[in-house]
Design a protein around this ligand. Sequence first.
Ligand SMILES: Cc1cc2nc3c(=O)[nH]c(=O)nc-3n(C[C@H](O)[C@H](O)[C@H](O)COP(=O)(O)OP(=O)(O)OC[C@H]3O[C@@H](n4cnc5c(N)ncnc54)[C@H](O)[C@@H]3O)c2cc1C
Length: 328
Amino acid sequence: MTDYRERGEAEAAFLQELERIGEGYTDRIRKNVPLAQYTTMRVGGAADLLFEPKSLTEAALVYKAALCSRIPCMILGNGSNLVISDDGIEGLVIRLGESFAQIWTERDPEQDGATLVHAYAGALLSKTAMTCAKEGLAGAEFAAGIPGSVGGAVHMNAGAYGGQMSDIVWRTVYLDANTGDLSVLTGDQHAFSYRDSFFLRNNGVILSVILRVFPGDRDAILSRIAELSQKRSASQPLTMPSAGSVFRRPEGYFAGTLIQECGLKGLSEGGAAVSEKHAGFIVNTGNATATDVWRLMNRVRDEVYNRRGVRLEPEILFVGRGFTEGSR
Ligand SMILES: Cc1cc2nc3c(=O)[nH]c(=O)nc-3n(C[C@H](O)[C@H](O)[C@H](O)COP(=O)(O)OP(=O)(O)OC[C@H]3O[C@@H](n4cnc5c(N)ncnc54)[C@H](O)[C@@H]3O)c2cc1C
């Protein structure tokens, strides 16, 4: 029997529950796993515990064990909208990776010409959009350049160039954050609005999603994706680590334009800097810490508020020890 006395009570209860379930889960829980490698910002500390489920059943069993033992539990997608604390993440991180990447399509039995695109939550959004494009299905072009997973994109209703997930998401299968039970949301139940959804307020684990899209001209879809990709690489610092747009779009303004107008391009804190290419991005110039990004984000917020009277709200999520204020 493993000795868990050195760990917190909740963690011990969790590990004991896994040991009771058996199936070798305890051996697959990794301890003190550095997470920067799993994020696009490339900063932050370690997860106390990390589990990468290989199936829906595994995800459900381990999540339920986490809920029962009251250990904090966070879901990691492709890590492209996150800044992880330098002091790491307390409790369990469940990462939906390669085993959750399947995408397949079927004609909608409703016979209205729609195609249903099934995607597991860990599938890359870009790959999902390209699957649609190659099959001549229109509607997901906006998503081709967003570097998140399908689960992460539904979680915050990701969007770009006039499209957003709410335009195409039909149904989501997830694990409820209170009971751990398998649950389903359809249509309006997702409560989507600008960069917001049911999941931002209720948590839970998104397991798979069904998109509903319609046939279009394959060449036109592919050339729209190429056009958007060009626009993106011309305007965004895609060759440097970042977590995308730092701030939500304030009513009546563009965050990047406000920051640029305040002369803040290039402003830095340690290894974090406001991008010279797009003022709405903070980039890791090589040796940034999460604290650098946090401090710089707050300096930019204060400067814009003092000079323009506009309060910027972060779009990126600051997660882990010490990040409570300012994380959404
Ligand atoms: C260069 C760059 C460009 C970007 N451009 C855009 C853009 O144009 N539009 C846009 O909207 N975003 C953009 N982003 C931000 C980011 O790609 C999106 O927000 C994306 O949807 C995040 O998905 P993810 O899988 O990386 O989520 P993560 O960063 O891993 O997680 C984000 C949040 O979602 C939760 N989450 C993730 N997966 C699940 C799941 N399966 N179940 C429950 N919760 C989950 C996490 O717990 C966390 O709270 C950009 C980022 C970068 C780096």
